[in-house]
Ligand binder design. Structure first.
Ligand SMILES: *Cc1c(COP(=O)(O)O)cnc(C)c1O
Length: 331
């Protein structure tokens, strides 16, 4: 099985902003993007993206999960990066057109079609280090993906980093390339030095998120996770899991949580921790590493509630339970 996100369908929808309007979207070859080497994005990182999925249901239909929520975030990221405003209706049509074009290639459960809308500043102007790109381009890449847990679910080892941060605070809620570049070396170091799978960034002891996923602490029937603010990415999976959990009668506490409280709760036998994101839905965390010490969460393995919530979300995505929140769009 190819690594996640390395197989692309041969065409993508694309549209260009010329400074005043968007071109009519077209389907073009996925490797046909031409940019000037002085393009703003290549120098000053004027780029943002989205990640969402389409699912094949047992009746053969193909449904996109929470597209409107991703479109809202794409619009917000573009705005906060001073990129030209997207036209959400046009972008929605581009997503639907691309998925429809490759509807026959959407894998069956437990696979899916990963959708990657991308928006980049294209103006060739290397003097614009402190000015926005007046032109831009957006495109919709799609990539069939298999079962994220094909190799079996393993509880992650997560390094708690209470000094450094993932990105500048005012960039946290933007899904933008530079943020991932800024977290890369710390993650590589954590892998090499303490065999951590991820870093949980907790600047000044404030538990935020990992490099590409939100963090949830599940303590019995309570889920504790940081309340939305501009310092971290507002995950659609986070929102979906909290909605489902609330409906199951769990208590949801969206508030700040300190590393001290996290470690204190983690030691309790019925505690679980999980990372949420579109790619893996919910991934259990088994061990924290903090100042050279290893702390098991609950029993150190895969939490029951984590699995239950993941299944409940997957059931909606694949049409095995009712879409009672209206989260699916048929293509
Ligand atoms: C994409 C992302 C998430 C998860 O968002 P979803 O909408 O659930 O996929 C969380 N944190 C970061 C930094 C991300 O880039």
């Amino acid at each position: 099985m190819a690594a996640f996100g390395t197989v692309f369908m041969p065409e993508m929808a694309i549209s260009w902003f010329d400074g005043s309007s968007w071109s009519t979207p077209e389907l073009v070859a996925s490797d046909s993007l031409q940019l000037h080497p002085g393009a703003h994005v290549l120098h000053y990182s004027s780029t943002c993206f989205e990640g969402l999925k389409a699912f094949r249901h047992a009746d053969g239909s193909v449904k996109i999960f929470r597209m409107d929520k991703n479109l809202d975030r794409f619009e917000q990221s573009s705005h906060l990066l001073a990129l030209p405003p997207i036209d959400k209706n046009a972008t929605r049509e581009m997503i639907i057109d691309t998925v429809r074009r490759f509807a026959a290639d959407v894998p069956e459960a437990p696979g899916s079609l990963y959708i990657r809308p991308t928006h980049i500043g294209t103006e060739a102007a290397i003097g614009k280090a402190a000015a926005p790109s007046l032109t831009s381009c957006q495109y919709i890449l799609v990539s069939p993906v298999g079962d994220y847990f094909a190799g079996g679910v393993a509880a992650l080892r997560v390094l708690i980093e209470d000094d450094g941060m993932r990105c500048a605070t005012h960039m946290g809620m933007i899904k933008s390339g530079g943020n991932y570049a800024s977290a890369l070396l710390p993650i590589m170091k954590a892998r090499a030095e303490v065999q951590a799978d991820q870093i949980l960034f907790c600047p000044n002891g404030d538990v935020q998120e990992t490099g590409a996923a939100n963090f949830l602490l599940i303590d019995g029937d309570e889920i504790i996770t940081k309340a939305l603010d501009e310092s971290f990415l507002h995950g659609v999976t986070r929102d979906s899991v909290l909605t489902i959990a609330r409906d199951m009668g769990m208590r949801i506490s969206e508030r700040d949580i300190t590393v001290d409280e996290l470690l204190e709760r983690a030691a309790k036998p019925n505690c679980e921790a999980a990372l949420s994101g579109t790619a893996a839905v919910l991934t259990p965390v088994g061990t924290f590493i903090h100042h050279g010490k290893e702390i098991s969460i609950g029993n150190g393995g895969i939490g029951e509630t984590t699995l239950k919530l993941r299944k409940a979300l997957n059931d909606i995505q694949w049409g095995n339970s009712e879409d009672k929140y209206g989260w699916l769009t048929e293509v």
